[in-house]
Design a protein. Structure first.
Length: 279
């Protein structure tokens, strides 16, 4: 038996992928997974870890809903432990996270390969994922001699309303020759808002504007109009990798080094990216 303690992952649209990855990997190795969701309450997390230790689990995975630095729950160092989709505040445990900066570079290359030179970014705030995605996006563009104007980086959070607001701010008053031809969005919800803004302004996607999302949110990205090209978060792969690290530690009796393993974020190509408009 291994334990899996989460913060608020049960309310996340990606929870199933991460949990399935961990559970199926554990099952193949003859282990069951006992899952506890704390609702983000630190006291409940400490209690959950204590209860799992009382039940003599062989090890524990701690998983977070979104990439961030986390307080390591009390007692977690008393067993084999691995973090998934989060980083320990004290750098004391191994962690498996998305390669967010590389994902931002991947998004930029989608625009570059389609021929875009005028690209913008909408969404996000100051969290780790926002910072790393934008940094990678700028990295890839800078390598091609392209600089994103400051006013084309619009920080509006992670919801559809923020994407709509940011899309209007970028596109509403600019003449065709001076507005971005591509918009990289912090996540797919933001991208949905940008698509809505484009429709309101009479812009066709991808004929007049290309849009790239991030996350590959289940039951959403493929059903937007047009279906959204996006960079997928590797939730299932994170669950699998975290479980493998933990199982190896259990089998060998050796605690894995407290390093960070970053997993690639693959492209899911759909219909929202095309060549830039010629007019």
């Amino acid at each position: 038996m291994i334990g899996l303690v989460t913060d608020e992952i049960a309310s996340s649209p990606f929870a199933g992928r991460l949990l399935r990855g961990a559970m199926e990997t554990a099952w193949e190795a003859g282990h069951l997974v006992l899952t506890v969701d704390s609702g983000g309450d630190p006291a409940k997390e400490d209690a959950a870890v204590a209860e799992l230790l009382d039940r003599r689990v062989d090890g524990i995975i701690y998983a977070a809903m979104s990439l961030r630095r986390v307080r390591v729950p009390e007692g977690l160092h008393r067993t084999h432990a691995v973090l998934a989709n989060c980083l320990p505040e004290d750098d004391s445990l191994p962690a498996v996270v998305p390669a967010e900066r590389a994902g931002g570079r991947t998004a930029a290359r989608l625009f570059l390969q389609a021929g875009h030179r005028r690209v913008a970014h909408v969404g996000g705030l100051s969290d780790i994922a926002s910072v790393e995605r934008l940094r990678g996006f700028r990295d890839a563009l800078r390598a091609e001699g392209i600089t994103v104007p400051r006013e084309w980086v619009v920080r509006t959070g992670g919801e559809i309303s923020g994407g709509y607001e940011g899309g209007l701010r970028l596109l509403a008053d600019a003449p065709a020759g001076r507005r971005p031809t591509g918009v990289f969005c912090y996540n797919d919800r933001v991208a949905a808002g940008v698509l809505h803004a484009a429709t309101r302004l009479g812009l066709r996607v991808p004929d007049d504007l290309s849009v790239v999302g991030y996350d590959d949110q289940e039951h959403m990205s493929a059903f937007l109009a047009p279906p959204l090209t996006t960079v997928a978060l590797p939730h299932r792969a994170m669950g699998e990798a975290a479980a493998r690290l933990l199982l190896e530690a259990i089998d060998t009796g050796r605690t894995p080094p407290a390093t960070v393993r970053r997993l690639a974020c693959p492209v899911v190509s759909r219909a929202s990216v095309g060549p830039p408009p010629t007019r």
